[in-house]
Design a protein around this ligand. Structure first.
Ligand code: TXA
Ligand code: MG
Length: 341
């Protein structure tokens, strides 16, 4: 199959036709590029899992053009969903709600809940509005790898596997949406993102709901075959192919000692923040942006650059801050790397 990269306006009509025909289309959102399929067509959903190599027990996110459509797709749209939709949609917040009858069970990995969001990207919104039906869209990468934040990244992963990539330039947020589960007694953040638990809590409080928002601790299921609360929370995910290790600034001496033990011909790429440490034996030193929003936006592109440079090892400095968007950055960096041994 030939994969073509196209820009609007021609790309929009083409995308809508392909989706209607049960084909897959990669398109930009504000977070990362999504791999879209008609959420009502089981064969299209099956294709998503096959192309990505995604485990069948990892449910997809349904994308819709507006809150009204979301109300129709969900089995139930509780007051908390109304408050959060009014505050954050269109935007990088995914809500887990009871599944409605139009969404095919395979899209939700057989669960009776579904994940849904309205993305904040003009191209995504136009495709969704013109298509007029819910579209499942996991990140447009092979399962487990770094999510794509530019059309070129999608091509690297899926060339020859899908007919169309709609090019909308670089994603502005750069990390996947926050996933909040609204099906239990208290809202639970299953995946941190640009919209933080504090921001969600503040909106609920402002609306008079005295509801605490829980943050689910990362899980590492002993049995990967078992149904998981949110399988995107697998410990190893978003990962480059090159062995990648993380370190904190206080571990700089340990990194220097680790480097001493590496063979002389090793090629190592170092990613640090602007005032981070440098070491001998480093082949390339890339500097991550100091600001949270900029770091989130560029993190995956920089990990890809490090991955594509044919290095033996990637060394990644962890941020010192853990609050706000840094929580999501720390989460993705941790899943992309191993602890320095
Ligand atoms: O920003 C995003 O959310 C991007 C763009 C394309 O919208 N999409 C994305 O999709 O990141 P994906 O498939 O890579 O991640 C879906 C996440 C996974 O962590 C999955 O476990 C969780 O959503 N999820 C989906 N349905 C769920 C459900 N019913 N219950 C709990 N978690 C669910
Ligand atoms: Mg993904």
């Amino acid at each position: 199959m030939r994969t073509s990269i196209q820009t609007p306006p021609t790309a929009i009509a083409l995308a809508v036709d392909l989706l209607a025909g049960g084909n897959l289309v990669a398109f930009p959102t504000e977070t990362v590029y999504g791999l879209g399929a008609d959420a009502r067509q089981p064969a299209a959903i099956e294709l998503v899992y096959r192309v990505k190599g995604r485990p069948a027990n990892n449910p997809l996110i349904v994308h819709v053009a507006d809150t009204q459509t979301a109300r129709q797709c969900a089995g139930e749209f509780p007051p908390t969903a109304e408050i959060l939709a009014a505050a954050f949609w269109p935007g990088p917040l995914t809500m887990v709600l009871p599944r409605g009858p139009t969404i095919c069970p395979a899209a939700c990995a057989g669960l009776n809940t579904m994940a849904i969001r309205v993305p904040n990207h003009p191209i995504a919104l136009e495709i969704l509005a013109r298509f007029g039906h819910p579209v499942c869209a996991p990140s447009a990468n092979l399962s487990g790898h770094t999510s794509p934040t530019a059309a070129g990244h999608v091509l690297t992963e899926l060339d020859g596997l899908i007919p169309l990539i709609v090019d909308g330039g670089s994603c502005t947020v750069g990390l996947e949406s926050t996933v909040v589960d609204l099906t239990g007694p208290l809202p639970v953040v299953l995946r941190p993102g640009a919209i933080t638990a504090e921001m969600i809590q503040r909106q609920l409080l402002n609306a008079g709901l005295n509801s605490r928002v829980l943050l689910e601790a990362p899980i590492n299921p002993a049995d990967p075959g078992e149904a998981m609360a949110s399988p995107g929370l697998l410990a190893r995910h978003y990962a480059p192919r090159t062995p990648a290790f993380r370190f904190t600034r206080t571990q700089a001496d340990q990194v220097a000692q680790w480097l001493q033990r590496q063979p002389g011909q090793s090629r190592i790429v170092l990613l640090t923040f602007p005032d981070g440490p440098s070491f001998e034996k480093i082949s390339q030193h890339l500097i991550l942006p100091a600001g949270g929003a900029a770091c989130a936006q560029q993190l995956y592109a920089m990990l890809r650059k490090a991955d594509e440079g044919h290095f033996d090892t990637i060394l990644l400095e962890m941020p010192e801050l853990q609050t706000g968007v840094w929580a999501a950055i720390v989460d993705r960096m941790t899943r992309a790397t191993q602890e320095l041994a």
